[in-house]
Write a protein that binds this ligand. Structure first.
Ligand SMILES: Nc1ccn([C@@H]2O[C@H](COP(=O)(O)OP(=O)(O)OP(=O)(O)O)[C@@H](O)[C@H]2O)c(=O)n1
Ligand SMILES: C[C@](O)(CO)[C@H](O)COP(=O)(O)O
Length: 223
């Protein structure tokens, strides 16, 4: 079955800050986005790679690929106003039926096993999301500041890649954007379609703040 992955890197990275957009920051000498693309290529060397980048960063990325001798073939699509709009632009490059994953460009430590279990399960279940357990006690805080412990078993932490059949994801992304669409599963669920959960990997962190870069250096060392 034909496989695609849309790697979204069209955000602003405001929580990371700094001079270099976070997807281009080198971790142990290699830019984050190259690490992420290599993870998918290592899973399946025939998977079609679609990278979503802000228009103003696309020539920089091309230069970076030349500088690093990065040769993996990929299509570049334009970043949008929100993650939803970026995914929609990437999805326009998906031309055939099959399976399509959406992965955050800033999650370079996704394991090959997790990528495989997401695509394998999507062939049966149509909509698949990797999750990990909550490992700390969590509290719900009410608007008046009162709070209470809630049962952690009722919650999961959501990762990417989130993988779908092409037809389902295209149908979902024809909906009008609403702010609760923070990931792809939420967009598909708005159609009334259920989402199947598989186990993610703890290393598959989203590089969001400068602290995460320190963790990333350690994780890259362990590879
Ligand atoms: N308009 C957007 C917003 C986000 N993303 C991508 O979605 C992923 C998850 O978003 P996050 O890490 O939260 O990135 P930013 O939105 O860039 O971060 P911030 O909220 O700190 O600005 C990232 O790979 C980001 O580049 C995107 O492609 N287009
Ligand atoms: C899609 C996502 O990575 C799932 O955890 C996440 O929701 C994207 O990050 P954001 O902080 O919600 O933009």
């Amino acid at each position: 079955m034909k496989k695609y992955v849309i790697v979204v890197a069209g955000g602003k990275g405001l929580r990371m800050g700094g001079d270099i957009p976070k997807q281009f920051i080198p971790i142990k000498g290699k830019p984050v986005l190259m690490r992420t693309l290599e993870a998918f290529h290592a899973y399946d060397d025939k998977i079609e790679l679609i990278v979503v980048l802000p228009v103003e960063q696309q020539s920089y990325w091309k230069r970076l690929c030349a500088d690093y001798g990065f040769m993996l073939p990929h299509t570049v699509a334009d970043g949008g106003e929100t993650r939803f709009h970026s995914v929609r632009n990437g999805l326009a490059q998906v031309k055939e039926d099959g399976l399509v994953g959406v992965h955050d460009g800033v999650r370079p430590f996704v394991s090959r096993e997790v990528i495989a279990s997401c695509y394998d399960a999507a062939a049966e279940q149509e909509a698949v999301v990797p999750v990990t357990d909550v490992v700390e006690t969590i509290r719900r805080v009410e608007p008046d500041g009162q709070s209470e412990t809630v049962p952690r078993d009722c919650y999961k932490l959501v990762q990417t890649p989130q993988v779908f059949t092409v037809g389902l994801l295209k149908q979902a992304y024809r909906q009008v954007y609403v702010p609760r669409f923070t990931d792809d599963a939420s967009v598909v669920e708005a159609l009334g379609h259920p989402v199947y959960l598989v186990k993610g990997n703890r290393e598959n962190i989203k590089l969001t703040t400068p602290f995460d870069l320190r963790v990333a250096e350690v994780l890259a060392d362990a590879e």
